[in-house]
Design a protein around this ligand. Sequence first.
Ligand SMILES: [Zn+2]
Ligand SMILES: [Zn+2]
Length: 184
Amino acid sequence: MPEWPPTGRDALLARAREYARTVDIDVDPDALSWEVSERAKRRAGACRYDPATGEVTIRLARRAADAFSWNEFARVVRHELVHAWEYREFGEAGHGPRFRAQADRLDVTTTCPTFAAARLRLRCTDPACDWRADRHRAAATVTEPERRRCGRCGSRYEVEHVASGETWRTAAGYRGARERIEEW
Ligand SMILES: [Zn+2]
Ligand SMILES: [Zn+2]
């Protein structure tokens, strides 16, 4: 299996499109526009339609790719492909009976897929290194950061609690931050 998630927008799009060609639905992925949103924090995917040009665009969230396993992300691609098929065949899309019939067949959710942005981010302390990693849970990488090193250059890293902006580099720092953070 190729690496997941792929690094970079082009690799992510290539992976999604390649997968889309294997999905059993009557829409040509190469006739669609594909985009990656670097900003989306909740919607994992979206499908837009321009009635003037007939262009259908599938937009996938970078953060969803980082948060999801490949199987979960593939389900997002299938969900948006059903919308793309609806737009191309009928000029409209939704989650009604027509959608649900395809959703059952393709094992996708019948609401637009969402994801939780990562609660925690690891960041290398070496200014020359741009290594970052997202974490959802307070595992040892988060609670005892001094025992691990940057995944790329081996320097120390810092943990950030994204919502509060609190950062720490040690287990003691984690305990202090945890007391200050009201909403973990
Ligand atoms: Zn949807
Ligand atoms: Zn580093």
